[in-house]
Design a protein around this ligand. Structure first.
Ligand SMILES: Nc1nc2c(ncn2[C@@H]2O[C@H](COP(=O)(O)OP(=O)(O)OP(=O)(O)O)[C@@H](O)[C@H]2O)c(=O)[nH]1
Ligand SMILES: [Mg+2]
Length: 310
């Protein structure tokens, strides 16, 4: 049975999830949405673009925006990522600033991120993530330490991974969204097209299965997304062909692996994930292409699917 709407006016708005790389922003988005829309990996700088996830509930609609991690970047892809995060923060009605539980010390990069969040003067909840990974006795001192940093509208310790204390976060957030009707139809949960989600699921496997600079030099572009035989169930099939761009020949060799083994494993795992997403069988073909130093040039960024100024 649907939950009754809480008393008061309907509220709807955008909330940006921002913070340093790898703190668990995308994990939280997926958790709040109850669906995987953002890829997750143990490596920093996994998310490269803003990702919308819409949660519609009785009385409120929250349009959550996951963002790339705030880090110091000089030009190229990284600068574009940070710019996208700051722009999203700027456009949102409220923010969730996420840190990970751990040392109470605040390094200079985190300090800069705090300043960037303060500068936009929006209602901002502090989310302290990964509390499953720290001794409980350290939590209260950490909360105290962070309360002094900014007039956070709330401080919310939780675990995006286990779901501990996640219930209630949206209630806390909704209070700071503007009154107004829903922004999206109630069956819309993202604006990311399926072919892009599929490309991201391939990139997720690259992040998980390669090391050093390869994950940062790889981009995935879906060239073909043939739905002519698509139907829900075991007889349905979607044919997908994608190009993986890397920056150098040596990276191409690593990605393909001995006898093609690495690329095959990446393709197999990604295909399983895409099948779950689409609800039908998937035939996935991957091609690796070298686009020299694509992360550093306008032309390269455009070819790899990250046009500047967007
Ligand atoms: N122990 C623990 N690990 C977590 C939690 N939330 C996320 N992680 C892990 O932290 C790593 C980074 O998670 P992401 O969700 O990709 O982090 P992110 O902030 O989106 O990272 P970027 O996109 O790179 O900025 C992954 O290995 C997650 O499984 C948590 O609550 N507890
Ligand atoms: Mg992310």
């Amino acid at each position: 049975m649907a939950k009754a709407a809480p008393p008061g006016p309907h509220r709807a708005g955008f909330a940006a999830i921002v913070g340093r790389p790898n703190v668990g922003k995308s994990t939280l988005l997926n958790r709040l949405l109850g669906q995987k829309v953002a890829i997750v990996s143990p490596k920093p700088q996994t998310t490269r673009s803003r990702i919308l996830g819409v949660v519609t509930r009785p009385g409120a609609q929250v349009a959550l925006l996951d963002t790339p991690g705030l880090h110091s970047a000089r030009g190229g892809l990284n600068a574009r990522m940070v710019q996208e995060a700051l722009q999203t923060l700027n456009d949102a009605d409220a923010a969730l600033f996420m840190i990970e539980a751990g040392s109470p010390a605040i390094d200079s990069a985190t300090r800069k991120a705090i300043d960037q969040v303060k500068a936009v003067e929006k209602p901002t909840l502090l989310v302290i993530n990964k509390i499953d990974a720290m001794p409980r006795a350290q939590l209260l001192p950490l909360i105290d330490r962070w309360r002094g940093e900014h007039a956070w509208t709330e401080v919310y310790p939780l675990s995006a991974l286990t779901g501990e204390n996640v219930d209630g976060l949206l209630d806390a957030l909704v209070r700071y969204l503007p009154e107004g009707p829903p922004l999206f139809p109630d069956d819309v949960w993202t604006d990311v097209p399926e072919r892009e989600l599929a490309a991201e699921l391939v990139r997720e496997q690259i992040l998980r299965q390669t090391e050093q600079e390869v994950p940062y030099s790889a981009a995935v572009v879906v060239e073909e997304f043939d739905e002519s035989e698509r139907e829900v169930g075991p007889r349905g099939l979607t044919r997908i062909s994608a190009t993986v761009f890397v920056e150098r020949d040596s990276q191409k060799a690593i990605l393909i692996g001995r006898g093609g083994a690495r690329l095959k494993e990446i393709g197999t795992r990604a295909r399983e994930q895409i099948e779950k997403l689409l609800g039908c069988k998937v035939f996935l073909q991957l091609h690796v292409k070298v686009e020299k130093d694509w992360t550093q040039s306008s032309r390269g960024l455009r070819r790899a699917g990250y046009p500047e100024g967007q």
